[in-house]
Design a protein around this ligand. Structure first.
Ligand code: 2HG
Ligand code: ZN
Length: 467
């Protein structure tokens, strides 16, 4: 009888017959690093980490996995926050990091075709070097990969102007869970020839197959964006500012964060934007070529101050200052990571934001008065990140259990407002128990049926999104 290890060794030897042996790793460091994402809630335990270098190897791997019923976890930059890239049950991690080439640039069509392992920032830089702009942007741009962004339909800080990853994908090559290679939409802008399978893969979290190449649209760069940070006394003020500024300026971002969240960033050495401390802050970015909109922005500032919607503010005078101001918002997530925050990533229609915020605020203050709750997010998209910090002294298990109860309360409120349990981070493992708050059983049945078509043996990222 072969022992479990012997059979595992034999299985991996089989993989080494079509992927270079050095790229089939089982060392503890690789298993730890490639077996987890940024959630840090699960103990990584993959069988191996495989780093293919071409599509043929991926197809061979998927076919082999079907034959031997091996689970595969596609893996990008692993910056996810919902555990979708976690391998904790002896799966094989399929890292796309060696498939990181930009394959084609089409200046007429303003698009670029690249392998899935291209890092977001590398694509942004490539676009910039060609006088263009890839506008899907977020703090993890330096390590997240295009394939992973597509697999979670990543959003970020420019959605209010430029939309989500989905809006920029004009072509996808995927290896399905059956091992077939599909060339979806081929960079076409218009294509009315039936079901658009490309969009099934956007946001599929590795459960239908592996994204191997993508064609992405590019656009013109923002014209000299200016950044304002405004101090706001209450949440109603935040929404009033949104209405006023959105109507008069071409906004490329409308973000908000609370004073409690800001304090964590300040502890890391970033400067407070102005003296006044207010419970909330709004960060607005708008195009301002030749400073032609500065007067308009200042007039809006005056108007809002007179209404009592804001208490203080600052406008960037240079690109460097704009970057510094962005840090106040962008650095929040990293600055709180040591507190093992319990994260939420909810979305409602923008018109519902004020009512939702008020209800959640009241709920958390009533039920969980001892928790430090931080608010921030992309309010211009109706997307809020509610982060609860683990009190020092409370053990992780009790904290997780209490936060599970928070989720049930919070998602019940969200459901009444017709919202989504995940705006941009995905369902993965962390939100799987709550999917029914957003999708009813009938709809989940259709999701399962689609999964069955693309991945009949359930080898693709099993246990993610739903069981
Ligand atoms: C952000 O908007 C990211 O900063 C992370 O989506 C959100 O830390 C979070 O919960
Ligand atoms: Zn976000």
């Amino acid at each position: 009888m072969p022992t479990r290890n012997e059979s595992a060794a034999a299985l991996l030897d089989g993989i080494r017959s079509f992927i270079e042996p050095a790229q089939v790793r089982t060392d503890p460091d690789s298993c730890l690093n490639y077996g987890r994402d940024w959630t840090r809630l699960y103990t990584p335990d993959p069988l191996a980490v495989v780093l293919p270098s071409n599509i043929e190897q991926i197809q061979q791997l998927v076919r082999y996995a079907n034959e031997h019923r091996l689970a595969l976890v596609p893996s990008g930059g692993r910056t996810g926050l919902s555990g979708a890239a976690v391998a904790h049950h002896g799966e094989i991690v399929v890292s796309m990091e060696r498939m990181n080439r930009i394959l084609e640039f089409d200046p007429t069509g303003r698009s670029v075709t690249c392998q899935a392992g291209v890092v977001t920032e590398a694509l942004q830089n490539f676009a910039r070097d060609h006088g263009l702009y890839y506008p899907v942007d977020f703090a993890s741009r330096g390590s997240s990969q295009i394939g992973g962004n597509i697999a979670t339909n990543a959003g970020g800080i420019k959605v209010v102007r430029h939309g989500l990853t989905r809006d920029w994908v004009t072509g996808l090559k995927v290896v399905t869970g059956r091992g077939d290679l599909l060339d979806l939409n081929r960079g076409l802008i218009k294509n009315a020839s039936g079901y658009d399978l490309r969009h099934l893969f956007v946001g599929s979290e590795g459960t239908l197959g592996i994204i191997v190449e993508a064609t992405l649209k590019l656009t013109r760069p923002l014209r000299e964006p200016s950044v304002m940070v405004l101090g706001v006394p209450d949440l109603d003020g935040v929404m009033s500012l949104y209405h006023v500024f959105r109507n008069k300026l071409e906004l490329s971002a409308f973000e908000f964060f609370s004073e409690l969240a800001l304090r964590h960033v300040l502890k890391k050495g970033v400067q407070r934007p102005f003296d006044a401390e207010t419970p909330y802050y709004v960060l607005i970015e708008f195009e301002n070529p030749d400073e032609s909109h500065t007067d308009q922005a200042l007039a809006l500032f005056e108007h809002c101050a007179e209404q009592g919607w804001l208490a203080d503010g600052v406008i960037s005078q240079s690109e460097t200052q704009a970057k510094e101001l962005w840090r106040l918002r962008e650095d929040i997530s990293e600055s709180i990571s040591e507190h093992q925050p319990y994260k939420n990533d909810i979305a409602v229609r923008i018109s519902r934001v004020p009512a939702l915020l008020a209800e959640i605020d009241e709920l958390l203050a009533r039920e969980y008065p001892d928790f430090e709750v931080l608010w921030y997010g992309h309010i211009g998209d109706g997307n809020l990140h509610v982060n609860i910090l683990k009190p020092t002294g409370l053990d992780s298990a009790t904290f997780a259990q209490k936060c599970g109860a928070v989720s049930e309360h919070l998602f019940a409120v969200l459901q009444r407002h017709g919202g989504s349990i995940s705006a941009e981070h995905g369902v993965g493992l962390t939100k799987k128990p709550y999917l029914h708050y957003t999708r009813d059983e009938t709809e989940i049945g259709y999701l399962r049926a689609i999964k069955q078509v693309f991945d009949p043996n359930g080898i693709m990222n099993p246990g993610k999104i739903f069981d």
